[in-house]
Design a protein around this ligand. Structure first.
Ligand SMILES: [Cu+2]
Length: 280
């Protein structure tokens, strides 16, 4: 009786741990990838979950059969090894079934990948330049005079990094000038670098694109929700690689237009000032 109870109580312990995890008591765990805020990030997330379920079922089945066989046909119970060789039907089955599973996984994965690489027309185009160790954002316009360009650098104070003060909420994840883009609007990114290879990574958008000197990589996004999203350089790019975060403010389209007009005004004012000083 006792012998039968032991595996049962073990099972009960596993189930209570699982229910604890799902009840939210371990909500801080957050081991899964983010669902994100764009159509593509949702697709990537769903794809990831589908794969996870498939491999979980396969794992449980394979290990289940393996442990069941090891337990049931153990030597101490007097099990005798079978002597048969080659079973064509079995071999065809264990080739064909995984083949169909792989095809079933490859089709949706390829479709999502094609969507990631397809760059449709966009209302806003931003050129992203990676520098050691900051980002430059340039809003491209038909006329160069209307272009808006600025640098975005880490704003976490040095004394927080040196441990001389308590670390703020967005320690190493805050910048002086965030990238601003409109919500529910197609935005295209032209990603490149000025010195070494960087990588522009914002998990909530499902974007991680290498910024390579001399090459322009394209990416696009349509963010569905306004808010502040954070990322970081994802390619080891030198001493301060860990100190070049990305902050993107996603705002309503009219708010964005207003912001861009203000930036243009600033750029124009700064331009005329330089002209004036040059004339004097
Ligand atoms: Cu970098």
């Amino acid at each position: 009786m006792l012998k039968r109870l032991r595996p049962l109580s073990l099972l009960a312990a596993v189930f209570s741990a699982l229910s604890l995890a799902s009840s939210g008591a371990l909500a801080g765990w957050e081991t899964n990838m983010t669902r994100g805020v764009t159509e593509i990030s949702h697709e990537i997330y769903n794809l990831h979950m589908m794969m996870l379920y498939i491999v979980t079922v396969i794992g449980v089945l394979v290990f289940g059969v393996m442990f069941w066989a090891m337990f049931k046909f153990r030597k101490s119970k007097g099990a005798k090894p079978a002597t048969w060789h080659e079973n064509t039907r079995l071999e065809v089955l264990w080739t064909v079934i995984p083949l169909f599973i792989l095809i079933g996984m490859a089709i949706p994965a390829t479709m999502t990948l094609a969507k990631i690489y397809d760059t449709p027309d966009a209302d806003v185009t931003v050129k992203i330049d990676g520098y050691q160790w900051r980002w430059q954002y340039t809003y491209l316009a038909d006329s160069p005079d209307d272009e808006v360009s600025f640098f975005s650098a880490l704003s976490t104070p040095r004394f927080e990094i040196r441990g001389e003060a308590e670390k703020s909420e967005w320690y190493l994840l805050d910048v002086d000038n965030p990238l601003v883009i409109p919500a529910n609007t197609p935005v295209k990114f032209l990603i490149t670098a000025n010195d070494v290879i960087h990588s522009w990574w914002v998990p909530d958008f499902g974007i991680k694109k290498d910024a390579v000197p001399g090459i322009i990589n394209e990416s696009h996004t349509t963010v569905l929700e306004t808010g502040t999203y954070r990322g970081m350089c994802a390619e080891l790019c030198g001493r301060d690689h860990a100190y070049m975060p990305i902050v993107v403010e996603v705002v309503e389209p009219d708010e964005f237009e207003q912001w861009l007009a203000e930036q243009r005004g600033d750029t124009a004012a700064a331009g005329s000032e330089t002209l004036n000083t040059a004339g004097q």
